[in-house]
Design a protein around this ligand. Structure first.
Ligand code: SF4
Length: 237
């Protein structure tokens, strides 16, 4: 059910009419850093797709040679909870830039199952080295809201840098073929470097942002999965 909800969120975002026009094109990979954060839910999607596409040895090598990755001190929902309680000390920390090891010849090797964070990263102008992506403020707010929803969906499970969450998930026998190629010390370090996903504490939106985002949230919340509205499922009803 969680996997189905995740895909409904991806699809609703793809069809969202308020998405800004973007300059992003195939082969443009300036934003592909090694600092992508994911939930375990997204990690399992990637691991299964890798197995189905006979890429287990390839992924094992990537995970053995790269990482542990940098994980923020707080998850998105932890940061939102601190802000809502007036306890946020500073902005989320800047991570050191590094290239994503899944990038090969400027193409993402796991593109069909790339996580939400990668789907959200766009720019309305072609990115140059050292130049930040350009997106409207309401888009940044929407990206944060969607990350919060997906974190809520994956709550109590691993959350963190993709290069930590993927090896952390290799303790399942389902992924034994990948685990066989990754040193056990690497998987232990990866597990220690992850955080747990937290439930949604509320959104950090201005009135204007809320107005832009409301139709997207209404679309997502009204979709029925196994006879129940996603909003009810997320609220545990
Ligand atoms: S997973 Fe793919 S889309 Fe995401 S940062 Fe890496 S190469 Fe880019």
């Amino acid at each position: 059910m969680k996997k189905e909800i995740l895909h409904h969120i991806y699809n609703a975002f793809e069809r969202w009419p308020n998405r800004p026009a973007v300059a992003c094109r195939s082969g443009c990979s300036a934003c592909c850093s090694g600092n992508v954060t994911i939930t375990a839910l997204e990690g399992v999607e990637i691991l299964r797709w890798v197995q189905q596409n006979s890429l287990s040895h390839w992924l094992a090598r990537i995970l053995a040679e790269n990482g542990p990755g940098e994980t923020p001190r707080q998850t998105t929902n932890e940061f939102a909870a601190a802000c809502l309680a007036g306890l946020a000390e500073d902005d989320p920390e800047e991570m050191a830039p590094s290239s994503c090891p899944f990038l090969e010849n400027s193409q993402c090797r796991i593109y069909p199952v790339r996580p939400l964070a990668c789907r959200l990263f766009v720019s309305s102008q072609t990115c140059e080295k050292g130049q930040p992506a350009l997106v409207p403020e309401y888009y940044l707010a929407t990206a944060t809201v969607l990350c919060q929803l997906v974190e809520h969906l994956g709550q109590k499970e691993y959350w963190g840098n993709m290069l930590n969450v993927l090896p952390a998930l290799l303790d399942s026998t389902e992924f034994g073929d990948i685990a066989a190629g990754v040193p056990s010390l690497r998987t232990i370090q990866a597990r220690l470097a992850t955080r747990k996903a937290h439930p949604l504490p509320g959104f950090l939106l201005t009135e204007a942002e809320e107005e832009k985002i409301r139709p997207l949230l209404a679309t997502i919340f009204s979709i029925r999965v196994a006879g129940r509205r996603i909003e009810d499922i997320l609220n545990g009803r």
